[in-house]
Design a protein around this ligand. Structure first.
Ligand SMILES: [Zn+2]
Length: 122
């Protein structure tokens, strides 16, 4: 992940930037957001940048999942592919402690557009 203030690279799950001290993301809670990209031969080379509440959690290529523990409440999941951006709000509470977003790539006039296939609350 990358500090949104100074751009320093740091370990996954770090709460404060080791370079500038900016708080990065929420305290991890009992709630989980999982972003999955099913294995497909389509668009293998195009990776998505995944952000949760504006903080990059990693890059998603075909056949992998990224997950992050979060606090209760509303969170914004951002999926970026090249210059195309897609945002999805998810709300976690006692009834739904986990949400899984399945994303893929949409082809057509604009190749490489990120697409959300499903949002499943558990
Ligand atoms: Zn920083």
């Amino acid at each position: 992940m990358v500090c949104p203030n100074c751009g320093a690279e740091m370990k996954e799950g770090t709460l404060f930037c080791i370079n500038c001290g900016t708080r990065i993301g929420n305290e991890p809670g009992d709630y989980k957001i999982v972003v999955t990209r099913p294995k497909k031969l389509f668009g293998v080379a195009i990776s998505f940048k995944i952000l949760i509440d504006g903080v990059e959690i990693g890059r998603l290529t075909n056949g992998i999942s990224l997950e992050r523990m979060v606090t209760e409440g509303s969170h914004i999941v951002t999926i970026k592919s090249l210059e195309k951006t897609l945002e999805q709000e998810v709300i976690l509470n006692d009834e739904h402690k986990e949400v899984e977003l399945s994303v893929s790539i949409g082809f057509g006039v604009v190749a490489g557009r990120p697409k959300i296939n499903s949002v499943t609350y558990k």
